[in-house]
Design a protein around this ligand. Structure first.
Ligand code: PLP
Length: 444
C-alpha cells in the first residue's frame, strides 16, 4: 500500500474530487491544481506550465523551489523547527539584528508573529501602549490590512462597493469598528479633481481634519500602505507621506507603514527608505520568510515595546525554519543585487507595457515601482474603468497563454504584474510578449 505521501503523486481525478468534498477555502482567485515549480514558472496537474506574475500572493521573491533556501531549511531542521516564543534561539536573534540593520536608522526593535494580519494587530498594540487613552485608528480608503476580525475592520473589503460586498460582510457585527477611513492618494482618479503635480494634498488635509473633528478622542495610529496594493497598485506621492508624518506628529499618533507588500519588491528593502519618510512602526509579512510563514513589526527607538507579560503571544511566533529562510533570502538578495534587478526589470516591463498604449487605448495607466506593477484598464472613450468582466477575461486569456497575472483593484479593472525578484530581462520580455498577445486577443 502507498504511504499517505506517495499517494499524492498519483491521485486519480476521482480521488481528488472525493477529497475535495472535505475542503473549505475562504478566498482567493480560483486557479488550477499546482504540482511543482522552478524559478518563475509553475506547472499544473495537467502538465501546463505558467509564468507566475503573482509570486503566489506576492510572497515568493526567489521563485519556486529555490535550492539554497531548501538546503538552508534542510540543514537547520536537523536542530529543530518549532520553538516556543519564551525560549530564545540564535536564529531569532540573528534575524532581529539583520532587520534592524537594514531598516531605517531609528527603527531597531523587532517582534515576530505568524502572519500579516496579526502583525498589523501587533502594531496596533504598540500604538495603544504608547497612546494609552487612544482607541481609534485611521486607515485609508481602499487600504487592505488582513482578513481577521480586527485587520478587516480597517480594510476596504467589507464595503467594497454598494451592492458588491465581499464575504467579510457576514462578520460586520463583530468587526473591530475603531477605524476611521479617510480618502486615499489616488492620483489617477483624484477624488478632489486635482492633478498630482499641482495638488494641495487635500487627501492628507482630510486626514488632518478628521483627526481634529471626526474622531472621538485621540488617535492611536495611522495605518497605511505606502503603495496601496490590493486597492489599485497606487504609489503615495512623497509629499503626501511627508505631510502625514507632520500630521501624526502634531496629533501624537503613531505612523504605521504596512510594508507587507512593499518590502524588497519596490527595489529597496523598505518603502520608508525609498520615500525617505520614517514611520514609527513598519509591518512585514508575506515574502519576509522566503516562502515560509513569518511576519514581524519593527518599532522606533524610544517607544514602549512588548514585555513578557502575555500581551503578545502566539504558538508559532518563533518559527526558526522561517527565520533561517528569511535570513538566507536577505543574503541572496544582497549577494545577487536583486534589489537593483527588481528596479531594472520592473522598469523594463513597465516601459514595454506603456509602449503598447498607442495601440491599445484600453491601457489607461501603468503604475510601477520596482516589480510592484499595476496596469489600469479603461474604456477608451470615457476613461471609465473597464468593466470587471473584461478585466477578468484578461486574466483567463493570459492563463490560457501560460501566464498567471493578478486582477482586482477597487474598481476591479487592474491587472497586477508582480513576478519574483529573480525575473531576468529575457523573462521580462516573455511576460510583456504574453501581455501583448492577451491584449490582442481581448481587444482585437
Ligand atoms: C498590504 C497587506 N497587508 C496585510 C495583509 C494581510 O496579510 P496576511 O494575509 O498574511 O494576514 C495583506 C495580504 O494580502 C496585504 O497585502
Amino acid at each position: 500500500m502507498d504511504s499517505l505521501l506517495e499517494k499524492i503523486d498519483h491521485m486519480s481525478a476521482e480521488e481528488i474530487a472525493d477529497d475535495a468534498r472535505h475542503l473549505m477555502v475562504g478566498g482567493g482567485t480560483p486557479g488550477p491544481t499546482l504540482v511543482s515549480g522552478k524559478g518563475i514558472r509553475v506547472t499544473d496537474i495537467s502538465g501546463k506550465t505558467y509564468i507566475d506574475c503573482t509570486s503566489q500572493s506576492w510572497a515568493l521573491y526567489l521563485g519556486y523551489a529555490n535550492e539554497e533556501i531548501r538546503e538552508t531549511v534542510h540543514e537547520h531542521m536537523k536542530n529543530f523547527s518549532h520553538i516556543h516564543q519564551g525560549f530564545h534561539t540564535r536564529q531569532r536573534y540573528a534575524l532581529a539584528g539583520k532587520l534592524a540593520d537594514i531598516a531605517p536608522k531609528n527603527l531597531n526593535r523587532v517582534s515576530f508573529t505568524v502572519g500579516g494580519g496579526p502583525a498589523i494587530e501587533a502594531s496596533m498594540k504598540i500604538a495603544m501602549k504608547n497612546r494609552p487613552t487612544a482607541k481609534n485608528f485611521i486607515t485609508l480608503w481602499d487600504g487592505y490590512h488582513g482578513s481577521g476580525l480586527t485587520a478587516a475592520g480597517g480594510s476596504w473589503t467589507p464595503t467594497l462597493a454598494p451592492g458588491s460586498y465581499t464575504g467579510q460582510v457576514n462578520f460586520l457585527p463583530n468587526l473591530n469598528d475603531h477605524f476611521i477611513r479617510v480618502p486615499n492618494f489616488n492620483c489617477y482618479r483624484c477624488y478632489f479633481g486635482q492633478k498630482c503635480e499641482s495638488c494641495n494634498l487635500m487627501c492628507a488635509e482630510m486626514m488632518r481634519l478628521t483627526m481634529q473633528k471626526g474622531v472621538n478622542g485621540p488617535v492611536a495610529g495611522v495605518i497605511l500602505e505606502p503603495i496601496q496594493a490590493s486597492g489599485g497598485q497606487l504609489p503615495a506621492p512623497r509629499k503626501y507621506l511627508q505631510r502625514v508624518r507632520e500630521i501624526c506628529d502634531e496629533f501624537g499618533a503613531l505612523l504605521i507603514y504596512d510594508e507587507i507588500q512593499t518590502y524588497c519588491r519596490i527595489g529597496e528593502f523598505f518603502a520608508a527608505t525609498h520615500y525617505d519618510v520614517e514611520p514609527d512602526v513598519i509591518v512585514l509579512g508575506k515574502a519576509l520568510g522566503g516562502g515560509f510563514p513569518i511576519a514581524a513589526i519593527i518599532i522606533r527607538d524610544g517607544l514602549k515595546g512588548f514585555e513578557m507579560n502575555g500581551e503578545e503571544l502566539h504558538t508559532f511566533a518563533n518559527n526558526s525554519v522561517s527565520q533561517v529562510a528569511a535570513l538566507k533570502q536577505i543574503e541572496i538578495i544582497e549577494r545577487d543585487n536583486l534589489l537593483e534587478n527588481t528596479r531594472v526589470v520592473g522598469g523594463r516591463i513597465a516601459a514595454s507595457i506603456r509602449a503598447l498604449q498607442g495601440k491599445y487605448p484600453q491601457i489607461g495607466d501603468v503604475r510601477q515601482v520596482g516589480l510592484h506593477i499595476g496596469v489600469e484598464l479603461i474604456e477608451p472613450d470615457s476613461g471609465a474603468p473597464l468593466n470587471a468582466e473584461q478585466s477578468k477575461k484578461f486574466r483567463s486569456i493570459a492563463m490560457s497563454r501560460g501566464m498567471i497575472v493578478g486582477s482586482g483593484g477597487y474598481m476591479k479593472n487592474l491587472i497586477k504584474v508582480k513576478p519574483p525578484l529573480i525575473t531576468t530581462p529575457e523573462e521580462a520580455d516573455e511576460i510583456t510578449a504574453i501581455f501583448a498577445d492577451t491584449l490582442a486577443e481581448l481587444f482585437g
